[in-house]
Design a protein around this ligand. Structure first.
Ligand code: AMP
Ligand code: MG
Length: 417
């Protein structure tokens, strides 16, 4: 099972900055060692375990980028039309057995191998064909409309580096290089559980004071997108012994534990104490809003991310804490969400010293910078504030107020989760 580095200290003091939390994750969470070879078709979403050097060049041979005529550049007049005799016909997939002699042209099609001696291809639209002859207008450059062997991937070069998540484009590149299998890290198993006496499964009839478990369904979706195996541990009561046992069982059977709820300072918040009792706590409060109560630690030697119960806070802290933990565990460099400049449509006041994320929709996306409109309802429990917006305006620690019309950073959900 996955392990955290051993020197554990509890971060007791003030709020931890998000950058410091991330640095701690990168430093302490080490990748699972096991590597397996999987067929290319099953490699989507997996993390490459080794650098992939190109066993062949791509393209493998000089070829034509267009349908037209392959000629020798030195045969062309540069200030008047040139007429050449067209002798050969080379289709894609066929070997141009003979070299192109001076004064001749070869009919050629996209992807077909250039005959020896040819170093430029004239697009058929730029030629006039008359029986055996083809008339070529001046002005073409040497090498035009050709693709050189190895111009995409040079033989022996690193086509994909270890740690890369394999998506469809990577699968295409690996296939072009001829791979049938790829070395990837073992798939992680992530134990997922919700805490809370009020939390019930969807489908259950709610009694007074009860709610349906939204977080486990949201978090399971986020986890599946990251390509991990979700070990669903259900809902755990707000009872220290039960929680402690559930966490220990989860630790024995997974590479990472993710919980939601029970990490604040209320008397019914038992996750933090359970981490301290059965392992070690690294931090439990971050200088962010929403999402301030979020714990990182380990149970036994299995890392744990204790996310807050409010769904918006759970989603944000998943992105900021749980996701980089998962990436470090599977040997990938933590994703850096790209920010885009937008114009704020709203005023905002905040405390300095913490980073705040404001749910917002973009509009006026036609030309220039888009404008960000804040969602009309606040509150870290508002699920519709996630379903009805496009992403988060990020306000840095030093910012205290925002005026309408000011430029701000915007992180779309597609970059975050
Ligand atoms: P807690 O962090 O346990 O204090 O919970 C904070 C808020 O989030 C409370 O209003 C909880 O009822 C709510 N909450 C906790 N867990 C869930 C869950 N799994 N799904 C939806 N809301 C939750
Ligand atoms: Mg709770």
């Amino acid at each position: 099972m996955a392990q955290l580095s051993d020197d554990c200290f509890a971060f007791g003091g003030s709020l931890l900055g998000i950058d410091a939390a991330r640095a701690m994750i990168v430093e302490r969470v080490t990748p699972v060692a096991d590597v397996e070879r999987v067929p290319l078709r099953q490699a989507l979403g997996r993390i490459l375990a080794q650098d992939i050097a190109a066993p062949i060049a791509v393209p493998g041979y000089d070829n034509s980028a267009v349908d037209g005529y392959a000629v020798r550049f030195d045969d062309l007049h540069f200030d008047q039309p040139t007429t050449l005799r067209c002798i050969d016909r080379i289709a894609a997939g066929h070997d141009p057995a003979v070299a192109l002699k001076p004064g001749l042209a070869a009919r050629i099609f996209t992807g077909a191998m250039l005959p020896e001696g040819a170093d430029v291809v004239i697009m058929q639209e730029d030629c006039e064909r008359d029986g055996e002859r083809v008339l070529i207008h001046p002005g073409i450059k040497r090498g035009a409309n050709t693709r050189r062997a190895g111009e995409d991937v040079a033989l022996g070069s690193v086509a994909l580096a270890a740690g890369r998540r394999l998506g469809p484009a990577e699968a295409g590149l690996l296939a072009a290089l001829g791979f049938v299998e790829v070395p990837v890290r073992r798939r992680l198993t992530v134990a997922l559980l919700s805490t809370g006496d009020e939390v019930r499964e969807p489908g259950e009839t709610l009694r007074r004071g009860q709610i349906h478990d939204a977080n486990r369904y949201m978090l399971a979706g986020l986890l599946e997108r990251l390509g991990v195996e979700v070990a669903d541990r259900g809902i755990v009561r707000d009872e220290p012994t039960v929680l402690g046992e559930a966490l220990q069982r989860a630790a024995a059977e997974s590479d990472l534990i993710i919980t939601s709820g029970g990490v604040s300072t209320g008397e019914e918040d038992h996750v933090r104490a359970a981490i301290a009792n059965h392992g070690s706590l690294y931090f439990w409060r971050l200088a962010i809003k929403p999402g301030r109560p979020v714990a990182m630690g380990q149970i036994g030697r299995t890392p744990l991310a204790g996310l807050p119960g409010n769904p918006v806070a759970a989603l944000l802290t998943f992105a900021l804490i749980a996701r980089p933990m998962i990436e470090c565990l599977c040997g990938a460099a933590p994703h850096v969400a790209r920010r885009f400049r937008v114009v704020s449509d709203f005023p905002y006041k905040k405390r300095s010293g913490r980073r705040e994320y404001v749910r917002a929709s973009l509009f006026d996306t036609g030309g220039g910078l888009a404008r960000a409109r804040r969602y009309r309802k606040e509150g870290a429990g508002m699920l519709t504030s996630l379903t009805e917006t496009d992403g988060l305006v990020e306000l840095l620690e030093e910012t205290t107020r925002l005026e309408p019309g000011a430029e701000v950073d915007f992180v779309p959900y597609s970059e975050l989760i």
